[in-house]
Design a protein around this ligand. Structure first.
Ligand SMILES: Nc1ncnc2c1ncn2[C@@H]1O[C@H](COP(=O)(O)OP(=O)(O)OP(=O)(O)O)[C@@H](O)[C@H]1O
Ligand SMILES: [Mg+2]
Length: 321
């Protein structure tokens, strides 16, 4: 499975889009009226990209496989990934659809968002053939319900990855249709680490709390980590339960991407063969560091800066990343 003596390679299969953030609106937009935004930012969005970028900053070798359009937005996505040293050789350019875009209207502490998924909806399991999978040690998939064509084939993708001896992780994120339609038994059987948050766990299992949710999936699952914001997370490793508290942040800028940063920390430690306690700890510190800056990647500008924030703001020193 893992080949010691060389750096392990991770393949992230997921959605890619830009976020157009219209900030500091005086009121919410209304039909037939025009209002002014005091600030505007066009930045890389997408949960999978935040995960890939922050995992790369921690020092893991990461390649992204996703679909964008043959347009300026697609080029910006590619450049943003490259700036974080994520390998973009496997990006696929759709000949028909444009790059996905989310427009966020930000008013006081509230946000309204409109998403055009675009090219991400064309990505299928067939776009990730065995010839590609075999070059990697670990497969991570995120946001399956935003990628309608990938969703139906995701269990098969994980089956093929396991057959080729990759380790696997999955964060489904929320299902905008709230159908949660998936062959969970088949998919979780081939998922080494399942990383839902508490709301997703409730929606999937119909159980109220994390422990009952985990108990209902145990029979056909491996490691499960249920994230619950400032309440930390509850994990199960196939044998025991573990509770990891969150690191307290008194000055939260925003929580965008906290879950993806948690995933990055957990997987980084997992690939270094750390114990589950260490994986959870690095996940939690990454989630907390994420909240010290706006957006999902700003607090992870470099490994050195990340270590510095962990140490100065959370009194947590990391010697061995
Ligand atoms: N405000 C916070 N302060 C400190 N740590 C936090 C905070 N929010 C989240 N974390 C840490 O990050 C972890 C994951 O966050 P969360 O539970 O919000 O994930 P998520 O719902 O999947 O997030 P996302 O919205 O990014 O998908 C938490 O378990 C916790 O350790
Ligand atoms: Mg999440």
């Amino acid at each position: 499975m893992k080949r010691p003596g060389r750096k392990l390679k991770v393949l992230v299969v997921g959605e890619l889009n830009l976020d157009l953030i219209l900030d500091e609106l005086a009121v919410f937009p209304e039909v037939k009226k025009e209002i002014i935004a005091q600030k505007m930012n066009l930045v890389m969005g997408s949960s999978s990209a935040i995960f890939a970028c922050n995992l790369s900053t921690l020092g893991t070798d990461v390649t992204f496989l996703g679909k964008v359009g043959k347009d300026q937005f697609g080029k910006q996505v590619e450049e943003s990934l490259k700036n974080k040293k994520v390998n973009t050789d496997r990006l696929i350019y759709s000949p028909t659809l444009k790059t996905g875009l989310t427009v966020a209207f930000s008013f006081k502490n509230e946000r309204a968002m409109v998403t055009y998924p675009g090219a991400m909806q064309e990505l299928t399991e067939k776009d990730v053939p065995d010839q590609v999978l075999k070059d990697y040690d670990h497969l991570h998939v995120s946001s399956v319900f935003l990628q309608s064509s990938l969703r139906n084939g995701v269990a098969e993708l994980f089956r093929r990855a396991k057959k080729l001896h990759l380790t696997t992780s999955l964060d489904t994120q929320w299902d905008p249709e709230e159908k949660w339609d998936c062959d969970w038994k088949k998919l979780l059987n081939d998922t080494d680490i399942f990383l839902p948050n508490i709301d997703e766990m409730r929606a999937i299992t119909g159980k109220k709390d994390a422990k009952s949710g985990i108990n209902s999936l145990k029979e056909f699952s491996n490691t499960i980590v249920v994230k619950n914001g400032v309440k930390g997370c509850l994990a199960w490793d196939g044998g025991k339960f573990y509770m990891q508290p969150a690191f307290l942040n008194r000055k939260v800028m925003d929580t965008i991407g906290a879950g993806d940063s948690f995933n990055a920390g957990f997987i980084h430690a997992f690939l270094k063969n750390k114990t589950i306690e260490k994986c959870l700890e690095l996940g939690a510190i990454c989630g907390a560091v994420n909240t010290t800056a706006h957006g999902g990647t700003a607090a992870f500008s470099s490994k050195k800066d990340f270590k510095n924030i962990a140490c100065t703001k959370f009194n947590y020193s990391i010697d061995d990343l």
